[in-house]
Structure formats: C-alpha cells, structure tokens
Design a protein around this ligand. Structure first.
Ligand SMILES: *Cc1c(COP(=O)(O)O)cnc(C)c1O
Length: 404
C-alpha cells in the first residue's frame, strides 16, 4: 500500500503556496524536494558531531568519520558495488563525469574513439569533448530515432577496435526515455571498451545494481534523490579507479609528499582531495534510507500510474505533442503545443502555482533533432498526485486559450 498523504506529509515544502496557489512541483528532473528526515539530519550533524574527518584522534572527528564511512557502506549496498572503496563521494554527476573524462584523456591515444549519444545532458557531452581535444581522440554519436529511442543498429556499427569508452545516460532528463544500457554495455565490452553510465535521472526512480549491469562507471547526484545539493556518487570498478590518475591534488589524497615526488593514497581517498561535503555525504545516506523505506517497487508502480494518467490527460489537449513516445519511460512528460513557445506556457502555469521546466533542458542536440527551441517538461516523483496533474492540465489549457 502506498499512503500518499503520509508521504506528502514528510515533505514540508509541499505545503507551501506559490503565487497564492498551492505549490504543484513538477520540476523534479531538475531537483527533488527533501523530506523532513533529511532536513533534520543536516541540522543534527552540525549541532552534534561537526568535525573534520580522517584527521583528528578526538572524539567528534571519530564520530564524523564513522558516520561518513557508514554512509559510504550504505550507498555501496544500495547500488550493490563489490567494494566500498569503489564508491567515491563527489559534488554531483557533473563532477563524476569530469573526474573520469579528465583521467581518460591521459590514457587515450590520437585516433581512439569515444561514443556518446544524441540523447545526453550537456554534462555527459562536454567533458568527453575536452578529453578528445586533449588526447586527439574522436567523438562519435549514437543518433536518436523519431520516438526518442537511441538507434541501436547505428550504435553497433559505431563500435570498432578504436572505441575506448561509451558514455550514455540510463534515463534521459529531457524526454524520460529509459535507454537499453544492458545491451549497450554488453556490446561495448565485446570489443573491450569501458562504459560510463550517467544515472542522474535513473536513481530517483530505480535502484541500480552496478554488478548486474557490469558497467565500469555509474554517476548520480544526491539532490535529485531527496538528498542535499553538492552531493553525489561516482561508482567505478576497482581496476579502473586504480588505472585512472587522480583528478585533484590536495589533502587526504596522498600517501607521501616531497617536492620531488608524491605518492597517492589508496582508494577511495586518491579521488577525494580536500575536506569533502561531510554533512552532505552523511545526509545522502539518510536520503537513500528514506527512499528504500518508501520502497523502489512501490515508487515504480505509483509513478507509472502518474505517467500514464498525465500522458492520457495531456494528449486530450488539441495540438499537444509529447516527445519520447516509447514504452520504456520514466515519469517525465516533455511536450509542446502547436504555435506556442514552451517558455510562455511555463510562465503562465507558474502563475497558477505549477512548477515545470521549460527550455532545452541542457540537451540542445535533442532539440536540434526535433527542430524545436525547447519543450515544457513535467517530471514526477512519488510524492506527486493525479490531482496535481489535473491542475497542470487545467493550467496548460488556460495558457492555450490565452496564447492562441
Ligand atoms: C541533472 C543531470 C546531470 C547533471 O547533474 P548535476 O547534479 O547538475 O551535476 C547530468 N546528467 C543528467 C541526465 C541529469 O539529469
């Protein structure tokens, strides 16, 4: 049983009013809201155990270190990583991608190839472009199909013995399409390429099993899974993390420093230079506990209901087109109405308390493919309701009558 009222009561912000209307928050793809347990845990950390980790012998430092490392174990278990030291704390998905791309740039030879897709967030394009520029490697792109899926025939043709890495998202932030990453990983491994999965949009909706997927890297952001901003995780297979050079130099990441030579600390510390977001890392574990308590099976079933209902209701609006028409979708509806700019719809529905994202969603290649300036994106989490979807639909209808 899914007690939606009890769940909504866990999120204080959902009681807020916006423009004198009850908030309807459908911008979850940009960031999720935070339950009270998460808010309380931030306060509790700074009130009771705040200290720097891994350094002091004093009691608070021990408590903070234990809580931080306990959170790492929790996240290891959550994503089913083989070792805790394969779980790196980062500031978010973007940082994780840059860490790996920067390291890879130093391993690549001119003429090597990296494959991304036309369905990527700019975060999963630009760092690989940098890596190619630095190394002389070449960037290849898996093209989109009209229904928003990736073209797997072309993908297989792109794979050659020059391919060193394939970087794709698990779920598209712009369209909500779930990519066939199992297939993508299997085919890449057959020719010896590594695979980086951008899991920023998947982790709010499902529990990834990195060993079952057999991906080489998997990155996600804390703030999209009910955790604090400035937190994230990069999972990497031990062998790859040992092979990659460190990203940032600083405290905690060294074994021994002289002016002639520095040797690096063991994993995970090799990649965790400086004082990290200690509170954030600890509280990310609290957010993950909360999500597991709600239950990912229940979340998936409920969000499917929201997606189906929203799709059906929105499609009754004349001239409305949804981008990303596939069975394999997360609870995201990205749409336009004939003759209306997405920004105008977003601005009008905001007046009615409805928060949606408008624009290119940091994924300009997708917009170029569909030849549109952007879309209106409503992205749902398990704390949203069908009643809220009714408010969105009414607001969009009103925008249409005002603008046409
Ligand atoms: C949000 C997002 C990112 C970037 O995440 P940050 O938290 O901004 O670092 C990357 N890829 C996808 C698919 C996203 O949705």
């Amino acid at each position: 049983m899914f007690d939606i009222q009890a769940i909504r009561a866990d999120f204080p912000i959902l009681k807020e009013k916006v423009n004198a209307k009850p908030l309807v928050y459908f911008d979850n793809g940009a960031t999720s809201q935070k339950p009270k347990v998460v808010l309380d845990a931030i306060q509790q950390y700074y009130t009771e155990i705040n200290a720097n980790i891994h350094r002091g012998v004093h009691t608070l430092s021990q408590l903070a270190t234990d809580a931080y490392e306990e959170s790492r174990f929790k996240i290891q278990k959550h994503i089913n990583a083989k070792h805790a030291h394969e779980v790196l704390f980062t500031s978010g998905t973007t940082f994780g991608i840059n860490l790996v791309a920067n390291g890879f740039a130093q391993l690549l030879q001119p003429g090597d190839e990296i494959i991304v897709s036309e369905l990527e967030h700019h975060s999963n394009i630009v760092p690989w472009q940098f890596a190619c520029q630095r190394s002389g490697a070449v960037l290849k792109v898996i093209p989109l199909k009209e229904n928003g899926e990736l073209n797997m025939e072309v993908y297989q043709q792109l794979l050659t013995n020059k391919t060193k890495l394939v970087a794709v998202n698990h779920i598209s932030n712009a369209l909500g399409v779930i990519n066939p990453i199992e297939f993508i990983i299997e085919k890449a491994h057959q020719i010896g390429a590594a695979v980086f999965i951008d899991g920023a949009q998947a982790t709010p909706h499902l529990k990834p099993d990195v060993q079952a997927l057999d991906c080489d890297f998997y990155a996600f952001s804390g703030h999209k899974i009910c955790g604090p901003t400035g937190t994230g995780i990069l999972y990497g297979k031990e062998a790859w993390l040992n092979a990659l050079p460190p990203y940032q130099g600083g405290g905690e990441m060294i074994k021994e420093v002289t002016f002639e030579e520095t040797t690096f600390a063991e994993l995970p510390h090799k990649f965790e230079a400086g004082t990290p977001n200690i509170a954030g890392g600890i509280v990310l574990g609290v957010a993950i506990d909360y999500l597991n308590q709600v239950g990912f099976d229940a979340i998936a079933a409920y969000e499917k209901e929201l997606l189906d209902y929203a799709t059906e209701q929105l499609l009754q609006i004349p001239g409305l087109r949804i981008y990303g028409n596939t069975e394999h979708k997360a609870s995201v509806v990205s749409f336009n109405i004939d003759g209306i700019h997405p920004y105008d719809i977003g601005a009008i529905v905001d007046k009615m308390g409805v928060a949606v994202r408008t624009g290119h969603h940091c994924a300009q290649p997708i917009m170029r493919y569909f030849n549109i300036p952007g879309t209106v994106r409503a992205s749902f989490m398990f704390y949203n309701t069908k009643e809220e979807i009714d408010v969105l639909v009414q607001a969009v209808k009103k925008a249409q009558t005002m603008l046409l």
